[in-house]
Design a protein around this ligand. Structure first.
Ligand SMILES: Cc1cc2nc3c(=O)[nH]c(=O)nc-3n(C[C@H](O)[C@H](O)[C@H](O)COP(=O)(O)O)c2cc1C
Length: 361
């Protein structure tokens, strides 16, 4: 599949998820295979343009994640165009526009899903961005604002005409938030009617569901919560698509994933080789956007990250709720490691210099 000039080796994509799909997580998922594209957490266009926003770090990525799409949000066409240029300057492959976020804090600023309520303005935002950059501009939208306004089909056409290179549709309305089910028939209808690639999003928890959704006629599938539960889901879907049996993920692998995530988070911005991290101008080396440097602050940050991931990661596994309770009660990294180790692993592990794990046996 191609988005503009960018070729994706697989149609399966890590969906943008604020607070969850940070660069460390994306690197680990990408490593498992089957992932054609990763999308960053949403980044404020205002923050990018001013270069002072604490959320600037959300746009950072590493070479290992390519192709990378950086998702921005905002409602001012000029600022969105400026932000797109910053994203292009960071070397990202694609700039994506968030037209799906239903959270009032975002939506009230004429950004996120509230752009869907003003289609002409939304198209003007895309038009301004397309003029400003050479990389593909894409849009992620919902079915509409509410059941009385399920205007994704019309808006999708308008942003296509404004120059968007691809569109992703999460088949719920903003009012639905995450309740009910995603309307994949609407997604299929949009895919049928547009000339650019249309990707669908919503409710793929099993690899087989990712494949089923592909048969609705979309060019690709974004997987969100399914990746948080099972970071191997894209690799498993790719295996299924190739007619192979998807691999079974062992408890050992599940434990190692969490331990490696801890180590990568602990190592973020510490002793990184030059050029390892692609950061916005002003953010490189800046401590404003880095995880807290002091050991205790950083540990707290990592513990909170693990708690957030484990809220999803422990779903659907035996005794997952007991693991979740224990992770939530952990107060130090050592305790966290011991909990993960005891739950998933029987073999002691070494941490290598790159933050990855090797078995001592
Ligand atoms: C914790 C969380 C954070 C999310 N953050 C974003 C975001 O920053 N930008 C965005 O476009 N969608 C965001 N989404 C929506 C997802 O990208 C996806 O469209 C939605 O969860 C439906 O897909 P799923 O059922 O595979 O999770 C978020 C979803 C979750 C669960």
């Amino acid at each position: 599949m191609k988005i503009g000039s960018v070729s994706l080796e697989s149609p399966f994509v890590v969906a943008p998820m604020a607070g969850m799909t940070d660069t460390a997580f994306r690197r680990l998922v990408k490593r498992e295979g089957g992932c054609g594209l990763v999308v960053t957490e949403m980044v404020s266009s205002e923050g990018l343009v001013r270069g002072i926003d604490r959320t600037l770090e959300y746009a950072e990525y590493t070479e290992a994640e390519r192709p990378v799409s950086i998702q921005i949000f905002g409602g001012d066409p000029l600022k969105m165009a400026d932000a797109a240029q910053i994203v292009e300057g960071m070397g990202a492959d694609i700039v994506d526009v968030n037209m799906g976020c239903p959270v009032p804090k975002i939506a009230k600023h004429n950004a996120g899903c509230s752009l869907m309520r003003e289609p002409a303005h939304a198209a003007a935002v895309i038009g301004a961005m397309v003029k400003a950059v050479r990389i593909p501009v894409t849009v992620k939208m919902r079915a509409g604002w509410n059941d009385r306004s399920r205007n994704a089909p019309e808006l999708a056409r308008m942003v296509q005409d404004a120059g968007a290179s691809a569109i992703a549709v999460h088949g719920r309305t903003a009012e639905q938030s995450y309740t009910g089910v995603a309307d994949w028939s609407l997604v299929a209808q949009i895919a049928e009617s547009l000339d650019i690639p249309v990707l669908g999003s919503g409710d793929c928890v099993e690899a087989v569901q990712v494949l089923e959704k592909m048969s609705s006629g979309v060019s690709g599938v974004l997987v969100g919560r399914g990746v948080l539960r099972n970071p191997w889901i894209l690799a498993q879907a790719a295996a299924l698509a190739a007619g192979q049996t998807p691999r079974t993920v062992t408890p050992l692998e599940r434990g190692r994933f969490l331990l490696e995530y801890i180590e990568l988070l602990l190592a973020e911005r510490c002793d990184e080789a030059e050029g390892f991290r692609h950061a916005a101008p002003g953010a490189e080396g800046s401590t404003v956007n880095a995880p807290p440097p002091e050991a205790r602050g950083r540990q707290r940050w990592v513990i909170n990250k693990l708690r957030a991931l484990c809220a999803w990661y422990t779903k659907g596994i035996d005794s997952g709720s007991s693991l979740r309770v224990r992770v939530n009660a952990a107060t130090s990294i050592d305790e966290l490691r011991a909990i993960v180790h005891e739950f998933f692993l029987t073999t002691p592990l070494n941490v290598t210099s790159d933050g990855l794990l090797s078995s001592r046996r």
